[in-house]
Design a protein around this ligand. Structure first.
Ligand SMILES: [Zn+2]
Length: 126
């Protein structure tokens, strides 16, 4: 078994530091984020880390009005699938954008989100 190019834990440590890192399959060129073990396209296990700029557009979004208990105080909030300019899509929490103005195709920019010492992916205004 080979070492992963970047572990999920390391991925979120980078997120906390404000960096978004994908992995690129050396076999077929597929980008993936967050890291996974096998390439979903060709099933190779030959990843190389690749830094992403963090710029993207909203591909779809959902407004969460009834949140899991750990996030209940934060509802309502939006989560969006964001297509990054490198071509890979990632799920993130929308911050600092009024829910009523969200739209498919809206440009957004990655920012780290740290809640209760837990780092996650956020997207704010571009
Ligand atoms: Zn591949």
């Amino acid at each position: 078994m080979t070492e992963p190019a970047i572990t999920v834990r390391a991925f979120f440590e980078r997120v906390r530091a404000g960096q978004l890192v994908a992995i690129r399959c050396e076999s077929c060129g597929q980008l993936a984020i967050p890291p996974r073990e096998l390439c979903p396209t060709c099933h190779a296990r030959a990843w190389q880390p690749q830094s992403l700029a963090g710029d993207g557009t909203i591909a779809s979004y959902t407004v969460i009005r009834v949140a899991p208990r750990s996030h209940a105080a934060e509802a309502p909030y939006a989560v969006a699938v964001v297509t990054l300019k490198e071509g890979v899509a990632v799920l993130g929490r929308i911050v600092d954008i009024p829910l009523g103005s969200l739209a498919i195709g809206m440009p957004v920019r990655f920012r780290p989100l740290v809640v209760s010492d837990q780092a996650s992916i956020g997207f704010g205004p571009a």
